[in-house]
Design a protein around this ligand. Structure first.
Ligand SMILES: CC(C)(C)[C@H](NC(=O)Nc1cc(F)cc(F)c1)C(=O)N(CC(=O)NO)CC1CCCC1
Ligand SMILES: [Zn+2]
Length: 192
């Protein structure tokens, strides 16, 4: 199983590399990697397992964070409004998938950012400021079995996916904080 010690931290040059596309069919090794990445996210969101193995609760992970320069990301996004007492609150998990060779093929003009800023499993410090991203994105990607997919994301899910795809291109979240206006007071952005 993937542990925090397997996640490389800022300063490791791999985090600034552009990762390579995978070809299909995936090798057994790449299929195992995909499984392990998604399992890490599920483990990290399980209070018992996270405590036992000292895992930071993660919603997304990109292969370069494991020092593997391949275009593969895993996301396991809880529904912030989920309430087990209220069936109307929707599913517990909004999106859970390993995305191979993901690509943003179009996006909204409208910008957005998480009001509380962002962090990163590879960054052991707080970096303040609004990370400016697209409010809506359309993404093509392949599943582990090589099935081509195209999906639209908006809001929080779109933020997570953009954060992970950035890792495939050597971009860190703080690269997208405007140093002259870190709290984006002068920008027309949707605060999430
Ligand atoms: C860096 C960290 C703070 C751990 C961040 N988690 C997070 O923002 N909230 C969270 C965690 C949960 F477990 C369940 C939940 F619903 C919400 C995260 O996983 N990432 C992923 C990452 O570092 N990928 O490389 C950072 C997020 C910042 C915005 C998008 C992803
Ligand atoms: Zn990250």
């Amino acid at each position: 199983m993937i542990l925090m010690k397997d996640i490389i931290r800022e300063g490791n040059p791999t985090l600034r590399e552009v990762a390579q596309e995978l070809s299909f069919p995936l090798s057994e090794e790449d299929r195992q990697l995909a499984h392990d990445m998604l399992e890490f996210l599920k483990n990290s969101q399980d209070p018992q397992i996270a405590e036992e193995y000292n895992l930071r609760g993660g919603v997304g992970l990109a292969a370069p964070q494991l020092d593997i320069e391949k275009r593969m990301i895993a996301v396991h996004i809880p529904n912030p409004d989920f309430d087990e007492e209220d069936a109307k609150s929707g599913p517990e998990i909004t999106f859970s998938e390993v995305m191979v060779n993901p690509k943003v093929i179009s996006h909204s003009v409208q910008l957005a950012g998480l009001e509380g800023g962002e962090g990163c499993l590879s960054v052991d410090r707080a970096v303040e400021g609004i990370v400016i991203r697209h409010f809506k994105i359309t993404v093509t990607y392949f599943t582990v079995d090589g099935e081509a997919k195209k999906k639209k994301f908006k809001g929080y899910d779109a933020m997570v996916i953009q954060h992970e795809i950035d890792h495939l291109n050597g971009v860190m979240f703080y690269d997208r904080i405007d140093p002259k206006d870190p709290f984006a007071q002068k920008k027309d952005i949707v605060l999430l």
